[in-house]
Ligand binder design. Sequence first.
Ligand code: SF4
Length: 295
Amino acid sequence: MVPTIPAKTILSPYRRDNQWFGTEYNMNLYKGCCHHCIYCDSRSACYHIENFDQVAFKENALETLRNQLSRRIKTGVAATGSMSDPYNPFEAQLCLPRHSLELLNAYQFGAAIATKSNLITRDIDLLTEIREHSPVLCKITVTAAENSLAAQLEPDAPTSTQRFAAIKELAKAGVYTGVLLMPVLPFLTDTPGNIRAIVEQAADCGARFVYPYLGVTLRQNQREYFFAQLEKRFPGIKEQYQKRYGERYECISPRWKELWELFTRLCGQYGLLYKMQDIIVGYRMGYESRQLTLF
Ligand code: SF4
């Protein structure tokens, strides 16, 4: 049984100049996440999420969303997947993102989804309906090309192979899809081989972009959990982090220059976008004038 939590709102507006994929609203349907990624930022103390690994869904989420959408708020793109993966294992029964997409479709809103789950392909029918009138963006996170390494880093998320298969299916259906290549973990995934394999598979599957961060950010609580997992799974790596970064927030890969050169060269070779502004322009192209005419 999945617990519930009270929620006054589902949709929250971003600032007008939101630089993160240029979306207008944030839509959180679940609280917590059970994919157990060892580096997850949502465990940070600043978010005050107790029992983060326990998924809960927001009470009356769909009714609240419908009320908000029907209040004649300005249409825009609603993003989901920032603090919890919307396609968690319970979603197969609960269908919250699916019904939310139905509502976004009915009220002529666009959708931007970030996930590590291939369950997103269940909703391709709705995503293709939405893209008839509004922008749609799918961001599939892949941090390790090798399934065995991904299973250590993201123990309860679908395999990288399943994620690439999802990208292929979404792209084939004409849904604007790309890869979030983040974090790139120093001493673990910051190898030319890993970066190359992810970019090449992304291109092979029809991704339109790969958006990278060549490092990881660490804060209180998140850092302690990450270090405990490193000790358990990758002996000796915690000490390398402590020595190089201490308590620093931004832990950029010591190999970032070499990796950036390789990454940008490969993206150029395969025609993949990697700059935020280009990706925003890419997935919204052809919709701006249509959305303006609604007002
Ligand atoms: S899928 Fe995202 S929200 Fe869930 S544990 Fe992993 S990083 Fe955190």
